[in-house]
Design a protein around this ligand. Sequence first.
Ligand code: HEM
Ligand code: SF4
Length: 539
Amino acid sequence: MPRKEPQSWEMVLKRNSVERLKHELFPTELAGQWNRLAETSYEKLPEEDIVRLQWFGMYHDKPKIGTFMMRVKIPSGILSADGLRAIGEISETYGRDQGELTTRQNFQLHYITLDKFPEILERLKRVGLTTMGGCGDVVRNITGCPVAGVDHDELFDVTPLIAEAAGFFYGNREYSDLPRKHKITIAACRYHCNAPEINCVALIGMVRDGREGFAVRVGGGQSSTPRLARHLGVFITREQAMPVMRAIIDVWKGTTEYRISRVKARLKFMIDDYGPAEFRKLVEARLGYALEDLAETPLPDDESDHMGISAQKQDGRHYAGFPVYLGLMSGRQMRAIADLVGSFGGDIRLTRRQNFIITGIPTAQLDDVIAKVGEIGFPLSANGLYASSIGCIGDPHCNYAVTPTKTKLATIIERLVAEFGEQVGGLKLNLDGCPHACAQHWTGDIGLQGTTGRGPNGEPLEAFDIILRGGLGRDAAIGKPVLRRVPSAMVEDQVTRLFGAYLERRQAGESFTRFCVRTSDAELTSIANGNAIGADAAA
Ligand code: HEM
Ligand code: SF4
């Protein structure tokens, strides 16, 4: 039952500065004031306008000297060659030839200035892309399985539904003033590669009595209060998908109690308070009909991130998933990949683990395409850890970062690869520069969260919490910070010892996470610190 008291709108506006600024000038209305923004020097731009710019997919870069991070939304990560070429050109012309793939299947550029933004938006529009709603209190990029529509194993094709949902929600004023950001994922992937557990709303494809439809999970998310999404207890048909997604948002946005504090404004807190059964009743009341019961949420058949080569369901075509080291890609590389993919009419799919997949490769050209992509800088033969590790953009670009991120990830990867070679391929190493968890450190095999420790004389020191036992899929769990405030200089050693101990002691078929689950905190700490390792790893 609800534990929160309804709040008046007066109270919301008094207590929450972002609600106030939305009320005073709705963020998207800044579009009519672009000349003023472009002509005002950065130091003189009101902070309220900088917040409003999030609705345009813009967030200030670090340091705050007048350039912005810009996020291009790519539903389900499915991007045409023309779309990739446009992003590449924008990166080269306005973004210092840099770009990154994100954990929600977006492209992110940096160094964008406000005076150039209108022409950038226009260029993106010509290829059917937008940054609108990349950030802000809106429906964010709708994620999904990157190989939807082409994968042999998928239960059914959800790309028409994703296109319909993106067409409806993106830029829709009615869904642009939510209590906070809202993350939707939709897939019928047998492997649940889209991480339904950590989205606000997940539609999980399933077939029931010969009918294609979805199980629904609600209230997942990361940040400093991580939650695995809970089962709403319903099966919905394809036709019910849009009304149900709308009703869930309507119920949540119609409350005032989740608008008082930004920290508590995510759907996960409403699900905490009401519980899935009570929340379901509110959704059904909004819909005006009862939904079909479903006792259990489906689990994935296995694990896959669709890397490597696979035959498509379309005869004569293959797809190939390429590791992207640190998730970084230059504009020049984007253009080169776009030209290659355009030559055979394929497209590019961005994955949640910051890699890309090229689809539609004619089988006869497979070797040639793989060789060319390797020459552009993405060898298919790279160590599997290049594909399975992710790092937030953190330092140098994000103002919240308290530690280096991509560069730190690079040194950890290189050390692990040097020690263990291919044996470490597939280890899910998720590194973040602060508790916001943009790279989902709570659900990696090894999660690393940047923090501040203390040196021998009490001086502040860069440090990381090491989070273990987290995961998604069949072993979904929020991890535990087993080792806290490990000085940055010791992290490589500790991670190497943990993985080495796993290789030595694992049981047949045991995953790294399961090894950590059956090993006590004290034992894991002792392993990480390089102390005498007991023969018995069991907790
Ligand atoms: C300049 C500041 C920030 C940058 C550059 C940044 C970057 C990112 C990126 C690239 C993603 C991947 C998702 C996407 O593509 O949309 C992401 C996701 C996320 N961000 Fe941030 N972010 C910033 C600020 C924040 C803040 C302030 C919070 C929390 C208050 C936050 C919390 C998250 C969470 C929880 C996720 C997704 C994890 C999930 O899947 O649930 N980020 N962020
Ligand atoms: S996790 Fe923190 S440091 Fe990293 S990008 Fe997100 S907000 Fe920035």
